[in-house]
Structure formats: C-alpha cells, structure tokens
Design a protein around this ligand. Structure first.
Ligand code: P6P
Length: 350
C-alpha cells in the first residue's frame, strides 16, 4: 500500500481533516478537533504501550472494571489519557468508556460541545504482558438536541447514528484507521515527526475470503448454526465449500479487524452457552458499533448473526452482542444459517 501524496507531499492527518472540512464539508470544526484530540491521545497511549517492561506499567492494576474484568495498569492509564485529552476542548458534551461504570461528564469549568465520545481505551489488554498488538477503539455520536448534561440514556443510540468511528492499533507500527462516513482511511504514525501520515485511502474488504477468526475453544458451547458454519470451513475442499480455509485468532479485536480490513476475512465472536445470560462477549457501543461502521464503509458486512449491528437499538451502555463482521459474502452466509435456524425453531414452536 503506497503512501498517498498531494503533489509529492505526504498528507498528514491534520491536512486530511482540514480538507475534509473545507473542501468536502464532511465535518465541522468541532468534529475535526475531536478527531485530532483522540489521535493525539492515541499517540500518548502508543508511547506508554511501547515502553513495555521499561515503563513500569505492565501487569494488573489490582482493580476490576464494570465488566468484572481485572484491569491492567495500562487500561487505567489509557483511560486517563483519553479523559484528560478530551475534557477541555469544548467539543464534547460527555464521554463513556469500557473502563467506567457511568458516563464521564465534562467538568463545569470547561465549555461543552455537541458530541459524545465512547471508547474502549485499550482493547485486547490481556495481550499486553506478552507483547501482542492491542488497540484503542472509539465511536462518535451527536449529543441529543437541548441536552446539556447527558446521562446514560443519551448515549443509547443505534450504531447507524455514529458520525465517525475509528481505532488505533499498537503493533509493529502504530496505525490509526478512521471513517467519517465517507470511506475508510488509514494513517501511520511517523515517530520522527510525531504525526499521523495518510497511508491508505478508501480501504476495501474483499467480498470473499479464505480466512476466518474465531476462538475455537468455545466450539462445544456454540449454537447449531454456528457449528454448521465452522464445520463447513473445517471440511475444506472435501466439504460443501469445496475449498480450504485458514484460521487466525489474535484475541485482540483491533488486530483481527485490522487484518481483515487489510486482506479480508471473517471475524466471529458468537453467542455461546458458556454463559447463557450473556448474548456475546463483545460490547455494542464501543467495540461492535465502531468496528461495524468501519467494516461497512469498507464494503464489508457486520451482523449479530440475526440483524445488522448498526440497527441494534441499545438498551444499556455496556450491553454485549454477538459479532460477525468482515468479507460480505461470508458474513451473509453465516447470518443466513442463523436466520434459517431461528425460522426453523420458530416454526417448531408454532
Ligand atoms: P477470548 C479482548 O479481551 C476482547 O474483548 C477482544 O479484543 C477479543 O477479540 C476478545 O476479547 C478475545 O476473547 O475469549 O478469545 O479471550
């Protein structure tokens, strides 16, 4: 993927955003500031993550988040970086995070703006201590008209109402992927200049793929259509699909999604019976929705197995959903199997 240029000049994130505002009218000044502030925070998180054992920030923070998950020190640090970066700019009405039970208000000493920011500050952080890629995922919503002190219910908007979404993946390089609703763009952090540089425009996910991503250790807990879909992939060229498939599972959603955005694939975290009270592991507002917007903007598909993720009406801030996303034809096939199974069981009950 070559580095796009304007008359031989590399395009910085700042220039990209100014042109998105001035030439295309895709964003306003507040949204441009919001994206720049989040990108700057991701640079700081990249530095903190990149220090590894030298930064004295590996391991557990000794606390639990609202999910009941043990927080890593870098989960807490990353969350603080995003809060501090976004409080004073006047572009946000409030923030919400995987790491906080409730929305975080903008302190009264600062002006408020018209946007809501929802994020997973450090997704995949269980991989931190073993030096596997992790990332930050963020979603931007409009604050409802007339609301000056947003509460949780003001965040509960379907993913189709996002005005922007993105992620940063802290891997061999630090890459920021962004959509403003007009295609998907990739920026790579130039550590010498300290700025994100455009390295990919209008990223597109191939409609077909030979690669799937799922945690196979949960297979015995899956519902029948999920087992059917994966068993067909495993049967390879001797089975109904007539071709072999490959499997990748990083256990870091940002890394798996970035691979799929780059070369295709299907990522699945289905509902399983391991804990029937949970409809899935991944969270709708700050994992599934932003990734679904990015994937759809890149020509892919994203469903819960039964409906488009971006159509799900949230019931609570930390709600979980099953996730099927990536190459359109594979997501549609897996979803079709689930819809057929649901129709059969509904017929059986009638
Ligand atoms: P498992 C990381 O904790 C995460 O939320 C996603 O980034 C990742 O895809 C998934 O959970 C991994 O789950 O069950 O394989 O550890």
């Amino acid at each position: 993927m070559s580095t796009p240029t304007h008359a031989g000049q590399r395009v910085s994130l700042t220039r990209f955003l100014i042109e998105a505002q001035r030439e295309h009218g895709h964003i306003n000044a507040d949204l441009r500031l919001l994206i720049e502030v989040v990108a700057r925070a991701c640079k700081r998180i990249s530095i903190a993550v990149g220090k590894g054992a030298l930064g004295n920030a590996l391991g557990s923070a000794g606390t639990e988040n609202v999910q009941g998950e043990t927080q890593k020190k870098l989960d807490v640090i990353s969350n603080e970086i995003l809060l501090e970066a976004n409080e004073w700019g006047g572009h946000l009405a409030a923030l919400a995070s995987e790491e906080m039970d409730h929305p975080h208000p903008i302190p009264h000493r600062y002006p408020k703006g018209g946007y809501l920011l929802v994020f997973d500050p450090l997704d995949g952080s269980s991989n931190i201590d073993v030096n596997i890629s992790v990332g930050t995922i963020f979603s931007v919503l409009r604050c409802p008209e007339g609301v000056t002190d947003p509460v949780e219910s003001d965040f509960l908007q379907a993913g189709s109402r996002q005005v922007a979404a993105g992620y940063a993946v802290y891997g061999s390089s630090t890459v920021l992927v962004l959509t403003l609703g007009y295609g998907v763009y990739q920026f790579t952090l130039d550590r010498e200049q300290g700025s994100f540089v455009l390295t990919g425009s209008n990223l597109t996910i191939p409609a077909d793929t030979g690669e799937f991503a799922i945690n196979m250790s949960n297979m015995r807990h899956w519902e029948p259509p999920m087992k059917r879909y994966i068993e067909e992939l495993l049967a390879g060229r001797t089975g109904p699909r007539g071709r072999d498939f490959n499997m990748r599972w990083v256990a870091s959603m940002v890394a798996d999604v970035h691979r799929i955005l780059t070369r295709g694939g299907i990522f699945i975290y289905p509902r399983d019976m391991k804990d029937p009270s949970k409809p899935g592991k991944l969270r709708l507002m700050y994992e599934a929705n932003p990734m679904a917007m990015i994937v759809e903007q890149a020509g892919g598909a994203a469903t819960t197995g039964l409906q488009r993720i971006l159509d799900v009406e949230p019931g609570e801030l930390h709600q979980r959903v099953p996730v099927f996303l990536g190459s359109r034809n594979e997501v549609e096939r897996a979803t079709r199997y689930h819809l057929e199974a649901a129709a059969e069981s509904a017929g059986a009950l009638a």
